[in-house]
Design a binder for this molecule. Structure first.
Ligand SMILES: *[C@@H]1O[C@H](CO)[C@@H](O)[C@H](O)[C@H]1NC(C)=O
Ligand SMILES: *[C@@H]1O[C@H](CO)[C@@H](O)[C@H](O)[C@H]1NC(C)=O
Ligand SMILES: *[C@@H]1O[C@H](CO)[C@@H](O)[C@H](O)[C@H]1NC(C)=O
Ligand SMILES: *[C@@H]1O[C@H](CO)[C@@H](O)[C@H](O)[C@H]1NC(C)=O
Ligand SMILES: *[C@@H]1O[C@H](CO)[C@@H](O)[C@H](O)[C@H]1NC(C)=O
Ligand SMILES: *[C@@H]1O[C@H](CO)[C@@H](O)[C@H](O)[C@H]1NC(C)=O
Ligand SMILES: *[C@@H]1O[C@H](CO)[C@@H](O)[C@H](O)[C@H]1NC(C)=O
Length: 823
């Protein structure tokens, strides 16, 4: 005993001195690598994992280039202003293509080609340059150039200034061959008239909207005879274009201010200036003060309003085509006018004040009365609406399609919509309104998540940069020593490395149940090297495994996405999830988290497949799920969710409630899977305030409207999804598969309307899954549909809580009281 502890002491002393030496090496190493080069020869490369650093920095440190995070696990190769608080890209290689957050890299290949390579080895983008003695440099102007002579970059083999994205930096020319693009919005020189213009180029239509298309060039202060087609923002804040457009930033002439000119996602062009002390950008010029004058913001038949944020809405009598996408616009709820009937239909016109739809005119008539204008539209079957301007000139514009709609109190013109004469416009309003989320401010919450990187994580050797061979060598040596010491300590103290702040909680959990940490090796063996796949979903693939020498069957889930970024966060989530224990929730036995390996979760194995198989997939071996079991599963699911929402140690939102995530036991008890993978929200939010999740989870068809409308998310999103599942349990079909007689997908508001009528009649038997052949409890069925309707309320605050739902279902659970029930 004594000898052993002595030995332990000497080893400790030795490793401590090692550690000190190592720390000194690391300090030296770091201070050396802090100076980022501004020019590199071929052979250099940067891995995406080093995204905190830069690949290159301009000599005066104004610009940096390297990897920039664009989503949870998605990166771009970009250039940005070094001193801005956030990496706002002024240039991006191939903006549409993001690369994985692991294993991707940018390489200046030996043959002179600069290439961006994704995790799976695909070259996402390259400069296609070739040459022996090429160098890559980032200039003080923000231009990234490849040239054979860095001292005269004029003869560049390739330069980023030639392929701008949505931004111009000072001195970067916009030419007849370049354009700025943001979504469907394009700033470009029109070759036909030499004008600098803004164009919306969408999937259904395209149209110019700046400068004001109602005026000619001269009236807009432009000239058309200078064909040099060149625009430059200079260092003092003046943007000058060859068509005589000259604009000035409001902080004109202040020395040393960093600026950029951009086309925003809302189609406006702005100059932004960087505030030295805060590192934030302020807008110092905008092309239009009226945001809705950009075209294409809201899609066909929709209206744009600025009140005081950009909003899209559908006119009365119209509804959104796709609740997640304003670009698809609105469609009429009345039968659209049918021209092939030969004008036999009767119309009336509905007035929309202060409104216009730009373009798509059948013609243009001047000096006519309102009645004449209306008659022109009535007589032309193609006319869908007309615009009449009341400014004394009697301007009449009959329109065949309605795009680029806007409403503004300062606009003095009206639109008159043509509708069938029997259409009751004062009927329950179908107006939907929502903010578009198109503000110029850059969205902070990253939304895009790339798939996890392949298992070849450590297999690909990195190309080392010439200039850092030495430091890389020292670094690797240091890491090896560190590894050695850590392993030594680990064995000595013979316990796993648990973040100290969480150790207490972990120990409690281990003591309380069978929750524990597994090693990767253990789980690899238990699953026979991840052989038998049980299923796969958004968060990962599930494998069957056997533990405790074949005694315990488990389900091992390999997470494909980073549910939590850091080790500490993952631990924190595990300590919460591990403590959750309820009969209607899938039990979690443990987890495995080893460095950069995929994280694994070990769950109880549930034999009887998921609810979707029972409800939607009928086979000869599987008779339709009987009524009693349906009710039992609905009630169990409600109780499980109520527990998650109200009784857990911490308040958990599931965010992806759907039949696939409801597992069924042999006894037909429901067990909810996959909870806790969405971000846990603090209890202090109390469910009322709502939280902002950083990215969208959930499955289309089950997602509450809040997701699409960008509203705060709270537990009521689960209530909505539960409402859909409850309805599907009754009808035995997917709600999202419901079609109109014409084969169009039925939207949820219409389904809800129809259901209301059935519920009001007091008998829902006709709705119930036909395969049951009337074997059901009608009172339970009525209650289920009634609850489902309450859960599907558009406004989250009108929906019941899961506690309410569980109580209401429990009240009807007593089957013996209902003789109508035939088992
Ligand atoms: C690599 O991944 C990208 C996107 O993740 C995909 O589009 C491409 O097809 C993949 N290529 C190969 C060879 O797997
Ligand atoms: C045309 O525009 C360019 C660039 O703004 C300018 O240098 C040139 O003098 C202009 N030419 C004429 C004829 O105005
Ligand atoms: C060009 O713009 C300037 C002011 O910005 C104006 O004084 C000048 O007359 C314009 N030139 C032409 C030809 O319109
Ligand atoms: C901002 O900083 C730059 C250099 O860091 C300096 O040259 C410039 O004068 C500063 N501008 C202002 C307005 O403080
Ligand atoms: C820059 O930011 C600081 C701190 O946010 C603020 O006090 C200052 O007024 C800003 N300067 C300008 C010119 O906007
Ligand atoms: C229009 O009416 C004609 C004749 O009644 C019919 O054949 C056609 O399908 C209708 N079109 C639409 C879009 O309703
Ligand atoms: C139109 O709807 C209103 C309100 O729903 C109703 O009072 C009115 O009777 C309806 N008119 C016709 C002609 O259907």
């Amino acid at each position: 005993m004594v000898a052993q502890s002595k030995r332990r002491e000497t080893i400790m002393a030795r490793s401590t001195s090692f550690l000190i030496a190592l720390l000194m090496t690391l300090v030296l190493c770091c201070s050396a690598s802090a100076s980022v080069p501004y020019t590199l020869g071929t052979g250099a490369s940067l891995a995406v994992e080093d995204h905190a650093g830069a690949f290159l920095m301009s000599p005066d440190a104004t610009f940096s280039c390297g990897f920039r995070q664009a989503g949870e696990n998605a990166f771009t190769f970009s250039i940005w202003y070094t001193h801005a608080a956030e990496k706002t890209a002024v240039w991006t290689a191939s903006p549409g293509n993001l690369v994985n957050g692991r294993d991707s890299k940018i390489t200046f290949r030996r043959d002179g080609n600069l290439a961006l390579v994704d995790a799976n080895g695909t070259t996402v983008w390259d400069t296609k340059t070739k040459g022996k003695d090429l160098t890559l440099s980032l200039l003080d102007s923000g231009n990234l150039v490849i040239t054979d002579n860095p001292s005269s970059p004029g003869r560049a083999a390739w330069q980023s200034f030639d392929s701008p994205t949505d931004t111009l930096v000072p001195t970067q020319p916009l030419t007849k061959d370049t354009r700025l693009v943001a979504g469907g919005f394009i700033l470009y020189y029109d070759h036909t008239n030499n004008l600098l213009r803004l164009l919306y180029d969408g999937p259904v239509m395209s149209s110019n909207y700046w400068p004001n298309p109602d005026n000619n060039a001269f009236k807009n202060g432009r000239i058309t005879y200078n064909s040099s087609r060149l625009g430059v923002l200079d260092d003092s804040g003046v943007f000058m274009s060859s068509d005589n457009l000259t604009v000035q930033a409001s902080d004109l002439g202040q020395p040393g201010v960093k600026r950029r000119l951009t086309v925003g996602p809302d189609g406006n062009v702005r100059i932004h200036s960087l505030n030295n002390s805060s590192g934030r950008w302020t807008v110092t010029w905008a092309a239009t003060a009226q945001p809705c004058s950009a075209h294409g913001l809201c899609g066909e038949n929709a209206l744009c309003e600025y009140v005081p944020r950009l909003r899209c809405s559908c006119p009365a009598g119209f509804e959104m085509v796709d609740r997640r996408d304003w670009e698809k616009g609105c469609r009429p709820v009345f039968n659209s006018l049918n021209c092939s009937k030969g004008g036999a239909q009767q119309f009336k016109f509905v007035r929309m004040p202060h409104t216009d739809f730009y373009g798509f005119d059948l013609g243009y008539i001047q000096s006519v009365t309102f009645e004449q204008c209306a008659k022109t539209c009535s007589d032309n079957c193609l006319c869908a609406a007309f615009s009449y301007r009341v400014d004394g000139r009697g301007l009449c514009f009959p329109k065949f399609r309605l795009f680029n709609g806007f409403r503004s109190s300062s606009f003095f013109g009206n639109i008159y919509l043509k509708v069938p004469i029997d259409f009751n416009i004062s009927a329950p309003a179908v107006v939907q309104r929502s903010s578009v989320g198109l503000e110029a401010c850059d969205s902070k919450a990253p939304r895009i998540v790339m798939a996890g990187s392949p298992d070849t994580l450590f297999a690909t050797p990195r190309n080392d940069m010439k200039w850092s061979y030495f430091f890389v060598f020292v670094g690797i040596l240091g890491l090896l020593v560190l590894l050695f010491i850590v392993t030594g300590w680990w064995f000595l103290s013979s316990k796993h490395s648990i973040p100290s702040s969480l150790e207490a909680g972990y120990r409690m959990m281990v003591a309380a149940g069978q929750f524990r940490r597994f090693t990767y090796r253990e789980l690899k063996d238990a699953t026979g090297n991840f052989k038998e796949e049980l299923g796969r979903g958004g968060s990962g693939v599930v494998y069957r495994g056997v533990l405790d020498e074949g005694k315990k069957v488990v389900a091992v889930k390999k997470l494909t996405q980073n549910v939590a970024q850091g080790e500490e966060e993952f631990w924190a989530e595990m300590t919460v999830i591990g403590r959750i224990n309820h009969i209607n929730l899938v039990r979690i036995w443990g987890f495995c988290s080893e460095g950069k390996r995929s994280k694994l979760l070990v769950y109880e194995f549930v034999e009887n497949e998921s609810l979707d198989k029972h409800l939607f997939v009928g086979t000869e071996h599987r008779p339709p799920l009987p009524w009693r079991e349906r009710y039992r599963i609905a009630l169990g699911t409600a109780r499980g969710l109520a527990y998650l929402h109200h009784e857990c140690l911490e308040w958990v939102i599931h965010c992806d409630v759907k039949p696939e995530n409801i597992l069924v036991t042999r006894e037909f008890d429901a067990k909810i899977a996959d909870f806790g993978l969405a971000k846990l929200s603090g209890r202090r939010d109390g469910g009322a305030g709502g939280v902002q999740l950083s990215h969208m989870r959930g499955t289309s068809g089950y997602m509450a409207p809040e997701w699409a409308l960008n509203l705060p998310i709270n537990a009521k999103v689960d209530v909505y999804s539960y409402g859909v599942v409850l309805l599907e349990t009754v009808i035995g079909r997917r709600v999202s598969d419901q079609k109109t007689p014409e084969g169009q997908p039925l939207e949820m508001p219409r389904i809800v309307q129809a259901l209301r009528r059935v519920v009001d009649s007091g008998d829902v038997s006709a709705l119930v899954d036909g395969r049951l052949q009337g074997q059901l409890n009608p009172r339970q069925a009525l209650e289920m549909v009634r609850i489902s309707l309450a859960c599907l309320e558009e406004r989250s605050s009108s929906r019941p809580t899961m506690d309410d739902v569980a109580k209401a279902l429990t009240a009807y659970d007593d089957e013996d009281e209902h003789p109508a029930y035939k088992s």
